[in-house]
Structures are given as C-alpha cells and as structure tokens.
Design a protein around this ligand. Structure first.
Ligand code: PLP
Length: 378
C-alpha cells in the first residue's frame, strides 16, 4: 500500500471562495478580474513585459511557435530530456527539432555542445529549466545574439526561480509556465505565456484570442473586432484564474516549505554522493532552487528499478521522468542519429522522490532512511 504518494496537490483554502466570487460576478469566461490579478502579480513581481494566462504550458508553447513565425523546414534546438510539449509545439508548425544533450552535472541542455547544432535554418533555442534550476543563460543568449536566433524559455517548472538574480521567464524574448497540478503553484490544468519584447505583445494577444483583435476591442482601441491573424483559443476561464490567484497569494509560503523539504533530502542523502554511490541535484552558482523537485541519479536502470521496488515495499512512491525524445516512437526516424548519452543516462537512471507541501519532515526522514538502507548505509 502506498502511504506516501509522489505528489499531492496543495490547496491554500481560498480557492473555492474565489471561484464562488467569480461565479457570483456573473462573468466566468476569460480575462476577467482574477485573470487581471494574476497578470499583475507576475508582471509586478518579476518584471515580465506581458504575462497572459493560458489553459496550459503546452498552449503557451504553441503560442510561442506561432509568434516565432515557424515555417516548415525551420530548425529548433531543444533538449531531448524534456516534456513532449517543449518541441511538439514547434513540430506542429512544421519545424525540425535538433536535439541537444544534457549536461553531465544537471539535466539542463549542455550549452557548450549546441553551437555545432546551429545551421542557416535554425530559428529558435528552447532552454528548459529542469527542476526549476536555471540553464546557462549567458551562454545561450550569447549564441542567440551571434546567430540571430530567438530564445523561448520553457519555464514550466521554474516559477520564482532565478539566474544571476534575474527571474527565470524574463531572459528569453518569450517564456512559458505551467500550473498543472504537479507544479509548485497549481490550477489543475493551467499555464502562462510571457513576452519580454514589446514588439510581441500586440500579436500575442491576438494569437491567444483566436486570431482576432478582441483584446484591443475590449479596451476600446478598435470599434469592432475582426479576424486579423492566425491563432487559437488559448485563454482560460475565470474559474481557473480564481483558483490560481488563491495559490499565488501563498507563493512565498509554498516555496519556502518546498525548499526546506528539499534541503532535508539533500543533507540526508549527501553521504551517498560523497561516497560516489548516487548523483544528487547540483545547483550551479548562477542558479537558485525553487524546491520544485528532488531527484537522485542511480548507477543504471537495473539499480533504479530495484530502488523503486524497495521504496514501494515501504509504501513510498518514487517515479522516473522523461524518456529521451530523440528515441521516441514519433521522432526516432526523424532524428539525425547523434548519440545523446547524458539524456539517455537521465532517462534510465533519474528517480524523483516525493515532494509536496504537506509532506512532513518525518516523512522525508523516513524516505531518506529507506534510500540509505537500500544502499546499506545506516
Ligand atoms: C509540465 C511541463 C510542461 C507542460 O505543462 P502543461 O501545463 O501540462 O501543458 C511543459 N514543459 C515542461 C518542462 C514541463 O515540466
């Protein structure tokens, strides 16, 4: 029996009050009061030029691909060790994905290895801040300037995390966030598009509103709203925004609790890294930790399977993560054949331990002991 699940959604208590408020206001379609409060929260706190809630991070990524004017044959550089939406959004517009390997020390894309992937058809680099830990953004932005490429940050896991003091999501020309129930702040299903370039803001509003200038119409800037571009229905209802706003009010408390649990794991398992038994998450000097995820990297697939079974026998659910996309059933034949050994290593060896707001210190202590006992370290 599972006593400690991998994830448990945390409710701050105000979610249903705010949903009731939005229902009582008589307006539950998108872009109402709670959506505006969420936009202001993110723009105010992190200095994003424009924040726009979407129904998912996947949708926000699809917006970025449209806004980058991706055409068939264009190339996009992205990590192979990521969620499918990071690249599917671009493939939907006809792009070819050129997959980058991960770093040896973190699952983030290895910036030293990506310059050789740039061709005259490359349009975009999509760094993914895995576990909320920043990619080497100076390296990526330098390369982008040199080759005139756009940078879209997949910051799905990276809410309230920083690179050299700058908020993740503020560094690329665009960025995307997720409020899926497995993330730090949640809305069930939900996401956010961010533009950091004024030139993108107008069109982003249009793309998000089915290709119409409806947003400008509601501000009284045009006298009728019309079909002016391609787009889709990317905006969430007020019910989603009301839920999310209740979460945002408790963001600091959520982050500090998660970081505390993360530190507990790190201290408890340090000995395994010191002894060369396991690889633990590494925070580069330029990155902060937002407590999104705690993982260990096992020696091989077999060891990971045994550790999963050992934890399960003690009622603990630990789960592996992404499967290299360059070896996926959909992309394997389209991939250029390069080996991506670090991506494959994280595919086979990375294991995520339970981490959620209501996890107690005692629970973490018990999980740490269970991992230590598996490796014969008491
Ligand atoms: C969660 C996640 C997504 C997808 O988010 P949704 O809101 O579920 O669409 C995309 N990229 C990464 C890196 C993620 O972790």
């Amino acid at each position: 029996m599972i006593r400690i699940p991998f994830n448990k959604p945390f409710f701050t208590g105000k979610e249903t009050d705010y949903i009731r408020e939005s229902v009582a206001s008589g307006k539950i379609s998108g872009d109402g009061l709670f959506t505006k409060k969420c936009h202001q929260f993110f723009e105010g706190r992190y200095g994003f030029k424009k924040a726009l809630l979407t129904t998912s991070c996947t949708d926000a990524l699809e917006m970025t691909a449209i806004l980058c004017d991706i055409k068939p044959g264009d190339e996009v550089i992205a990590p192979s060790f990521t969620f499918v939406s990071t690249v599917n959004a671009f493939v939907l517009r006809g792009a070819r994905v050129v997959f980058a390997d991960s770093e040896a020390t973190t699952p983030n894309m290895d910036v030293a290895a990506i310059e050789t992937l740039v061709t005259p058809r490359t349009k975009v680099i999509v760094p993914v801040h895995y576990a909320g830990v920043a990619c080497d953004m100076d390296g990526i932005l330098h390369l982008a300037r040199k080759h005139n490429l756009r940078v879209v940050e997949d910051a799905a896991q990276a809410v309230d995390s920083f690179y050299k003091g700058k908020p993740l999501g503020s560094l690329g020309c665009m960025a995307t966030f997720s409020f899926h129930e497995t993330k730090n702040v949640i809305a069930g299903e939900g996401g956010m598009f961010v533009a950091n370039d004024d030139a993108l803001v107008n069109r982003a509003e249009i793309v998000r509103e089915k290709g119409t200038n409806r947003s400008a119409f509601f501000r009284g800037e045009v006298d009728k709203y019309r079909w002016v571009d391609i787009g889709s229905s990317f905006l969430p209802s007020e019910i989603i925004a009301a839920f999310l706003y209740a979460q945002l009010e408790h963001l600091d408390e959520i982050q500090s609790k998660r970081r505390k649990l993360w530190d507990h794991y790190r201290q408890g398992l340090e000995i395994l890294e010191t002894k060369g038994i396991l690889q633990l998450p590494r925070l580069p000097d330029y990155a902060t930790n937002n407590g999104h995820m705690f993982y260990v990297v096992c020696r091989d697939l077999e060891q990971r399977d045994k550790l999963i079974a050992h934890l399960r026998s003690r009622g603990i659910l630990a789960v592996f993560h992404y499967q290299s996309l360059h070896k996926s059933p959909f992309y394997e034949q389209r991939h250029d054949g390069r080996e991506l050994p670090n991506s494959d290593r994280y595919t086979d060896c990375l294991l995520r331990l339970p981490l959620y707001y209501e996890l107690s210190d005692a629970d973490v202590g018990m999980i740490v002991d269970s991992v230590l006992s598996f490796f014969g370290q008491h």
